[in-house]
Write a protein that binds this ligand. Sequence first.
Ligand SMILES: [Zn+2]
Length: 356
Amino acid sequence: MSKEENNKTMEPQTKRWKGSECDLDSWVAYPVLSDEESQDVELTEAFAAPIVNKKETSRLLRELSSLYPMNGLQHIKRVRAVKEKPHPLEVLVCLVCDAPDMKVVTIESLLPSEGVRRDALGEPFLVKVPARPPLTRPQFELVSKHWPTSFHEDKQVTVALRGELFSPSQKARMHMYMTSALTVAKAAIELGMEPVGAVVVDPATERILAVGHDCRGDHPLHHAVMVCIDLVARSQGGGCYPVDRYPACRFTSPSSDTFQNGPGAEASSQPYICTGYNLYVTREPCVMCAMALVHSRIGRVFYGTASADGALGTKYRIHSQKDLNHHFEVYKGVLAKQCEDLKGLGNQRGSLQESR
Ligand SMILES: [Zn+2]
């Protein structure tokens, strides 16, 4: 590749994207959250009862909380206001699992004759309450339909789930980085390898540090992400993959302006090579690549399209695995259509080669 071409694909050129708003509108990056944030909140059953004498509310609350403390469910509000019912307030008496065994549920069977003023309560009925606090606004809205719940909102997650986390200028940069990954993926197709490309960026300087494509024709484990991490290691004096004969796979040292494709010059021993860096990859990484990203301490991962065996959202969510010692944010959907189309290009190429 000539130096000029090199510049075209490697250098940030925000200007190029300024006139192409529609391009940026063609995709949305959504966060890939943890299982707990993505799954519906489990519900559990409880008995509630109308408060027939409003003046007794605070005393009832005190007495019920001491009789049935509902430990671990502090997120559930004990009293709710209801419209269009004869009694405007209802209170949670107890969880069904905490209630005494009984054939017919009455307020008398739920409450002992002493300790709680039964005459302030109407007949009990079943409700569903969330077994754990909601973590996202969609979860909160869903559980709130059953019973009022407190919610400590992470505003960034809420905005991200709406697909509005990134500003147009941020999106323009993301667009450009993923375009570089797409370009290098096409180089892999030409070589008859898997159509996957990856780019590592230092968000502090907005510079691309390494570009790599799938090289599993050489070695079954040389996936694009592995190649890219190895190239970052090369820029820091480490790295060992023999990808020098592929001109599209290249790196630059964080402090230099020139790209290299030869042995790394700066010898250093940085144990966590991708600390603070972002990865752009055309398709969702597999388990091995996702684990390599954990070990390299990647900052954020952006991918275009999901993979059937993907480990950052599809099969697993390794980036949010509690028992791992590093977690990172993952976003999917950057240039989704173009990344999805790569799979077809790879297949076409494959069948062409077979027919030769
Ligand atoms: Zn992989």
